[in-house]
Design a protein around this ligand. Sequence first.
Ligand code: PLP
Length: 414
Amino acid sequence: MRVHPQNNVNKVFDRNEAIGTRAVWAGEGEYMVEGATQVPVVHSVSFGYDDIDYWLEVAMEKKPGHIYSRNTNPTVRAFEEKVRILEGGEAATSFSSGMAAISGTLFTLLSPGDRVVTIKDTYGGTNKIFSEFLPRFQIDVQLCDTTDHDQIEAEIRKGAKVVYLESPTNPTVKITDLERLIRAGHEVGAICVVDNTFATPVIQNPIAFGADIVIHSATKFLGGHADALGGVAVGRKDLIKQIYHYREINGATLDPMAAYLLLRGMKTLHLRVKQQSESAMKIARFLQTQPLVDQVFYPGLETHVHHAIAKKQMKMFGGMLSFSLKGDIDAVRLFLPKLKFAHLAANLGAVETVVGPARTTSHVECTPEERAALGIPESLIRYSVGIEDPEDLIRDIQQALDYVAEKMPALLTT
Ligand code: PLP
């Protein structure tokens, strides 16, 4: 590949640069062609070498370069490098989706007879890996109550190969105390993995709390535009090497076009997350005043069960909130289609507000009984705040609530 000399710079990023500067510049320098200022989308499946000895050295990872895009690819590498620098990890490897990153990481680290300690409130798909797939391989899974840190810590102290955490959780935005639980995990020699999808590196860096591996569904806030699926695992070099090996052989590789879209989206990550956090706080406070709203879940609220932990480990409280309506699913049926500025869809973290009931989004895989056991009301609405003006979003929610009140006036007296 011919590289323009001006752009062939090895920029070194460190923690002195603010997250916004890193979001824009990190990972970008290496592959600029002909003076381009943007990373090229390299669709080529393979990479050719006239010199077969050099080719072998690249294949043996003794020289830099690419062989075959299921293994590595320049565009995909630039994406991995940006996430690695934002999370402050030693290495990163990407996947075709967040679930591929989660399953790839867990199946790399766990073998029959191992024990994994996790929380009940992980994303619904992740929960299925723990409840359905890992037990098939004789892996002992301990699912703990997310609100009971003493129980989680006690289970970790019994011994674990992996401690798997998520914070904030999906959809009731509970917070796990990363520093405390990672410390407990390391005391028993466990590898500590954190899904940081909801928080993003703008809000918290689990590696700074000791996490060995951080996972993202890049589909969500990292990409931010709901137009590309992807996942990534960042962290300790020795572990990422093993996870990369699992992925290159099992094949859940990130597509270069998706990598480009995610890379481009990440340049505005810090701006989006800041706006989304500020708006979410305003919307949560507004919802608290509404007679039709039963419960509001947002870690920035003083009433939130884990507000103190959230204040300790998060720089902002994020763009995700949820709330339940009085009147159960009948009220939800009236309320949701009335929203003007919201996609009713199974996604989150986008520039547009995205809304849906937990029972058709994050926890569609669960039965009503399983959702009840997780403390997820059937009328729970997950609200992923976009970058629209917050006053418009509040007005929008208000008119939809007014409509429900008009149709179900008895709710106002309950
Ligand atoms: N982790 C969390 C916290 C999620 O919310 C999701 C999806 O909603 C995933 C992982 C899975 O990501 P993907 O849909 O990219 O496979």
